[in-house]
Design a protein around this ligand. Structure first.
Ligand SMILES: Cc1ncc(COP(=O)(O)O)c(C=O)c1O
Length: 347
């Protein structure tokens, strides 16, 4: 019976879903959403905070500050509350309401940036705001998830060894890429491991993390509008890019079998299925990482009007339409709020 006295002391690290019965291909999904922060970002958050503590960067007067659109902000809110630090999360107007409320419920301050930067996104504006505050008051400590080596070291120390222990004959690992902390930590670990493992990065179409054209991205977690500073492509064997409509279809397919996952899990599963379809004869042991669960996406990925506004009414296909009760509840003639087509979501 695990008994804890700090919320970050619990993190289920050995839970996998066998997707064979649902998707018809052998793929084990490592679930990272079963902790009090609800996501894989707990690992990066605790590693970055405790490294800062060891290095003497934090005192009880310190105010942690971070640019985050969601999961890292929630994880840092939880850790700050537990350890007695103040935390200011700098986010933007696309942050989910539930995520913002979660951070505030945990006692954090949330600053919402609503002015677009010169790239047409919010990331630059968020970072400028963090820099200006740090320059104005020395109590601010910026952990900087985009550059902090603790972000990838968390996964080198924890996520990858957890997978290696359960799958000693692992052949291929699928990892979604946001800041690329998870990707780089796992890739570095398996590069040194006893047997070769193919590392397949999964990115969103519209992200420029691995090059390519920038485009609209509405699902948070994966993808970047800049090259991730932590990324070293020499550790990555392949990159698969997934359209958001395919992400949504994968999420709904899993939800129909009772597994409600977050958007980035849909992306990773969709990318993995596509990759495995091209390697059918290889009889591979394959694992994919699911960064969070689906509750934070009820008003987006799992909501009919949001989906139809952004992706059209056929996004789920005829046979996968939403349930009839929900369809009946919607008013077909109702005016829809149109959404700006050029949004970019950052981790
Ligand atoms: C839901 C979700 N998926 C994936 C990621 C990407 O993880 P990483 O930043 O380690 O690349 C994040 C990062 O915030 C996330 O919140």
């Amino acid at each position: 019976m695990p008994v804890i006295s700090a919320p970050h002391a619990f993190n289920e690290g050995q839970l996998y879903v066998d997707l064979q019965p649902i998707l018809g291909r052998s793929l084990y999904l490592k679930c990272e959403g079963f902790n009090f922060a609800g996501s894989i970002k707990l690992k990066a958050a605790i590693e970055m905070v405790e490294t800062a503590e060891r290095e003497g960067l934090l005192s009880q007067d310190s105010i942690l500050i971070e640019s985050s659109s969601g999961n890292l902000g929630v994880a840092l809110s939880m850790i700050a509350a537990s350890k007695g630090y103040r935390f200011l999360c700098v986010t933007d107007s696309r942050c989910n309401l539930s995520t913002r409320l979660l951070m505030e419920a945990l006692g954090s301050e949330v600053q919402v940036i609503s002015d677009l930067d010169s790239n047409g996104g919010f990331l630059g504006a968020r970072i400028d705001y963090v820099r200006a505050l740090c320059a104005s008051d020395e109590r601010y400590v910026w952990l900087s998830q985009y550059t902090n080596p603790g972000n990838w070291q968390a996964h080198y120390r924890r996520t990858a060894p957890e997978i290696a222990r359960q799958f000693p004959r692992l052949d291929v690992l699928f990892v979604g890429a946001g800041t690329t902390g998870t990707l780089m930590g796992c890739a570095r670990y398996f590069r040194e491991w006893q047997r070769p493992v193919r590392i397949v990065a999964v990115d969103t179409v519209g992200s420029v993390a691995f090059g390519g054209e920038p485009g609209r991205r509405m699902i948070p977690g994966l993808g970047m509008s800049m090259r991730p500073p932590l990324l070293d492509e020499s550790f990555v064997d392949e990159v698969v890019r997934v359209e958001e409509a395919d992400t949504i279809r994968a999420c709904h397919r899993l939800a129909r079998r009772g597994f409600l996952f977050g958007g980035s899990t849909g992306t990773v599963v969709s990318g993995a299925m596509e990759w495995l379809a091209g390697h059918e004869k290889d009889d591979l042991t394959a694992v994919a990482i699911a960064p969070d669960l689906g509750e934070r996406y009820l008003d987006t990925i799992y909501q009919r009007t949001w989906l139809e506004d952004l992706y059209g009414d056929q996004v789920l296909g005829v046979d996968q339409d939403l349930d009839s009760e929900e369809v009946a509840a919607g008013s077909p003639g109702a005016e829809r709020v149109s959404r700006t087509p050029d949004r970019h979501r950052e981790p």
